[in-house]
Structure formats: structure tokens, C-alpha cells
Ligand binder design. Structure first.
Ligand SMILES: Cc1cc2nc3c(=O)[nH]c(=O)nc-3n(C[C@H](O)[C@H](O)[C@H](O)COP(=O)(O)O)c2cc1C
Length: 305
């Protein structure tokens, strides 16, 4: 099924051939998945959260299954931004799929360092600022504070000409306030949502299954929560909104388009079935062929300036 006509222009040079992406941290840097599926048919690959220096991540176990979902506490295991820029980006450059590098840090200077290092690097289509990681110390600090998030985006905006997407945390009382703040500071788009803080107890011992105590909940269990958050964000900003949370088929993806998302990310479902994102894409293409897609597609994203 052809996906021509599903192109989404998110602004500042980030043009997705179609709206279906792979969510950060659920596809690594794409190399393993590329052996299983035709990555180049998809709209975008959002990489694992990448930091200034390499990180080993948290001790195992790092994941736990829950009812219709999973908890993870990976702790941003990644090879560091230098490695990504020097060794991975040249490989990304040979792909058709745009690669957006998800960036994380503890300080504004960490994010600036990463964004500066990736600016102008061939193969890097944009950066997604992860201000919403529940699994590292200070990972949520910027995501929970609208003024802090704005300062971060303002600083990153100054050091990169690439598209800046900001990944919002659902673990806040007012996600719309954070969305508005980052839009005001110059973000080109927002993605929502990251995982929800959750916990699972090992019943025999009465202790948490994950050594950190809590982890990030994802998968179908969060879909209704994520929908509500995305609807709230959509109403708050004019910039494009990229949605994630529990998508496991074309219907759950379409729910996000119904509340105004411009593009989507498939996450946890890829672990159970690596072809999920392609199935979602094929489903969208079928709907497109039947004329059942939003009129704005094939042109420019809803809120693009
Ligand atoms: C194992 C795992 C690792 C993740 N790592 C990151 C990450 O490094 N950066 C980030 O912004 N989001 C990360 N996420 C969040 C996902 O990108 C996505 O926002 C979230 O899982 C909700 O989508 P889903 O329910 O389809 O998985 C991770 C999720 C999982 C399950």
C-alpha cells in the first residue's frame, strides 16, 4: 500500500515522509530493528536518549511486565553524543527515514553541549529534548517546571539551527503550561507523552520489582491517559504535536489524530511485534486511499508557523 501523500512538514527542515515514527528508547538507534523491518518506509526514528557522556544505565532488572503495559527503568543507557555524531550519524545519513536524536541531561549546559555537537551533522534531522525521563536523578526537573523548561529551550535554540522538539512529561499537574512555555521559548514542536511514573511490587518479598523502586509505565495501559494529555497540549499550542502512548494498531494511532496530533510515535508495542509501526502505516495508507484522513495531510502540519 502506498504511503504517498502522507507527508508531514513539522517545520525548520524536519519533513516526515509519513506521520508514523518509532518512539525514543524503544528502537535504540535503529540498527537492530533495521535487520527485522524495512525502517525506510517509516516517517521518523526517534533515537534512545543520548547524553553528553556515555552512560551504563541502571542495574537490572530494568523492565517489568504489567497489566497491558510495561515498566522500565533503563536509566538512559547510551554511548554518548560524540559516538552518535561520529559513528552513528554517517549510517543514518544513508537512510531515507529522518532520524531525530533524543537528548537528555541534568543541566542546561548538557543539553546545549549535545545540541551543539549534533548541529549541522549530516544524518541528524533534529533533536528531541527529553525533559521527562523518570528514571534518572533530575530527569524530570525541567519537565515539571514551565519556567525551567523555557530557559532550557531558549538556551538550546541559541546553539542549533536544527528542528527542536520537546518531549513533555505527563507527570505534572499542568502539561499545557509547560507546552506553552516551550513554544514561547522557540520550540518547533512538542512530543507527548513520555512514560508515567509507576511501581510494581514483588509479592513474595513485598519489595518493588525494579531496584530503583519506580519506573516509567508505557504501553496500551496508558493510552487513555496519553490521549487526554495530547488533547490538552493540542489546545494549548500552535506548533505541531507528535503523540505517543499505547499505540498498538491503526485505531489507537487514529485516536491521536482525532484529538489533533500531527504525527505519532509507536513505542512499547514494537517489543511484542516489531512490525507494529509498519502495520499502523499500512492502515493509514488504506484510509488515505479511501479518502478517510485529515485534509491537512500531504501539506503542512496543523500548527506549523
Ligand atoms: C524501554 C523504554 C525506554 C525509553 N527510553 C526513552 C528515552 O530514552 N527518551 C525518551 O524521551 N523516552 C523514552 N521512552 C518513552 C517512549 O519514547 C514513549 O514516550 C512512551 O513509552 C509512551 O509510548 P508507548 O506507550 O507507545 O511505549 C522509553 C520507553 C520505553 C518503554
Amino acid at each position: 500500500m502506498s504511503s504517498a501523500g502522507l507527508r508531514v512538514d513539522l517545520g525548520r527542515g524536519l519533513v516526515l515522509p509519513n506521520p508514523v515514527g518509532l518512539a525514543s528508547g524503544t528502537a535504540g538507534y535503529g540498527f537492530e530493528l533495521a535487520q527485522l523491518i524495512d525502517l525506510d518506509r517509516l516517517g521518523a526514528l526517534y533515537t534512545k536518549g543520548t547524553t553528553r557522556l556515555p552512560r551504563e544505565g541502571n542495574p537490572p532488572p530494568r523492565v517489568a511486565e504489567t497489566e497491558r503495559g510495561m515498566l522500565n527503568s533503563i536509566g538512559l543507557h547510551n554511548p554518548g553524543v560524540d559516538w552518535v555524531a561520529e559513528h552513528y550519524a554517517p549510517l543514518f545519513a544513508a537512510w531515507r527515514i529522518p532520524v531525530v536524536v533524543n537528548v537528555a541531561g541534568a543541566e542546561i549546559s548538557d543539553y546545549m553541549h549535545c545540541a551543539r555537537h549534533l548541529d549541522g551533522v549530516e544524518g541528524v534531522a533534529g533533536v528531541e529534548l527529553n525533559i521527562s525521563c523518570p528514571n534518572i536523578a533530575h530527569g524530570l526537573d525541567f519537565g515539571r517546571d514551565a519556567a525551567g523548561a523555557a530557559r532550557l529551550v531558549d538556551a538550546v535554540r541559541a546553539v542549533t539551527g536544527r528542528h527542536v522538539m520537546v518531549k513533555l512529561s505527563p507527570n505534572v499537574t499542568d502539561i499545557a503550561a509547560v507546552a506553552r512555555a516551550v513554544e514561547g521559548a522557540g520550540a518547533d514542536s512538542v512530543s507527548a507523552v513520555n512514560t508515567y511514573v509507576g511501581m510494581k511490587i514483588h509479592r513474595a518479598s513485598g519489595r518493588p520489582v525494579l531496584p530503583q523502586g519506580t519506573g516509567g509505565l508505557s504501553g496500551p495501559a496508558i493510552h487513555p491517559l496519553a490521549l487526554a494529555a495530547v488533547a490538552e497540549v493540542r489546545a494549548a499550542v500552535r506548533i505541531p504535536v507528535v503523540a505517543a502512548g499505547g499505540i498498538d494498531d491503526v485505531a489507537t494511532a487514529f485516536d491521536f489524530f482525532a484529538v489533533g496530533a500531527d504525527a505519532i510515535q509507536v513505542g512499547t508495542a514494537s517489543f511484542a511485534d516489531p512490525t507494529t509501526a509498519l502495520r499502523v502505516l499500512d492502515g493509514l495508507a488504506e484510509r488515505a486511499a479511501a479518502g478517510r484522513i485529515p485534509a491537512r495531510w500531504g501539506t503542512t502540519a496543523v500548527g506549523s508557523p
